[in-house]
Design a protein around this ligand. Structure first.
Ligand SMILES: [Fe+2]
Ligand SMILES: [Fe+2]
Length: 271
């Protein structure tokens, strides 16, 4: 069983700045002949506000001709506590209408894949509690399988006990609960997107994998904190054989390393 993880495609029919990276990505996926594609969010430039972005991106995903699942990113459904784009029931409903559930579980051989909506962490609302109860249940039901989590925002940047990193990782309180849950159930893999960097490391026996974006890189003008990882575009290939799960960050030929810094005022103008 072969699974491809892609992330941060930032697609939009209205803002085509990164659209040139979709055809080479789609061609590469076709060549890889995966059984499943997992998109870890920021599928769109601005699906949180523009329905057409979600519709367009979902149509492109369907055009791959491969079964896919997705979890939303901040640009798809909004961000907890964001002054103009918070996560609302309406935004979540729009995501589900185009991409299906924002959380899911799927057993593949000896591995249980779990997709999580990281945009609910720390909202404190009913949907967050519903997801947390669901997560407990699907973790308890893993029945000895290896467990792999897929979510947009990484749990942490450098260490699990680091303070709030703001935009870049999950807030300390929900993070601590998730790490405790992962520890209790020996989660094998926590795969994320969002940072537009490629990185993998082990911590407390778990593989943490930051999938590279396929749309653009984040340059020095974006005030990101100092963080590890490689500034490169690409995707991730997972091979599952029984209980064995192997991950490889892959080069995708033809991707152009656009820099967000060069076009940020057109793509994400400050209000
Ligand atoms: Fe992104
Ligand atoms: Fe993001």
């Amino acid at each position: 069983m072969r699974i491809i993880q892609i992330s941060d495609t930032h697609l939009s029919p209205g803002k085509q700045q990164f659209a040139g990276n979709w055809p080479p990505l789609a061609a590469w996926i076709a060549e890889q002949r995966p059984d499943l594609v997992i998109h870890t969010g920021d599928v769109t430039v601005d699906g949180a506000d523009i329905d057409e972005d979600l519709r367009h991106a979902a149509a492109l995903m369907r055009s791959l001709g491969v079964r896919f699942r997705g979890v939303p990113g901040n640009h798809d459904v909004g961000d907890p506590g964001h002054p103009r784009q918070s996560v609302t029931a309406e935004r979540l409903a729009r995501w589900r209408a185009h991409f299906g559930p924002d959380r899911w579980v799927e057993d593949v051989a000896g591995v249980r894949l779990i997709g999580l909506n990281a945009m609910l962490f720390g909202t404190g609302d009913a949907q967050e509690a519903v997801q947390a109860a669901w997560l407990d249940a699907v973790m308890d039901g893993a029945d000895g399988r290896q467990i792999a989590w897929f979510l947009h925002r990484p749990l942490f940047i450098n260490t699990p006990d680091e303070p709030d990193t703001g935009y870049w990782s999950v807030k300390p309180q929900p993070r601590a609960q998730l790490i405790e849950l992962a520890r209790r159930h020996s989660v094998a893999l926590i795969a994320s997107g969002h940072l537009h960097k490629a990185h993998e490391f082990r911590h407390d026996g778990r593989l943490y994998l930051w999938a590279p974006a396929s749309a653009f890189l984040v340059g020095p003008g974006m005030n990101a904190p100092l963080m590890p990882g490689e500034n490169r575009l690409g995707a991730v290939i997972y091979t599952i054989d029984g209980p064995r799960l192997e991950a490889e960050i892959a080069h995708v030929p033809g991707l152009v390393p656009y820099l967000l810094d060069d076009v940020v005022e057109e793509v994400y103008p400050r209000h």
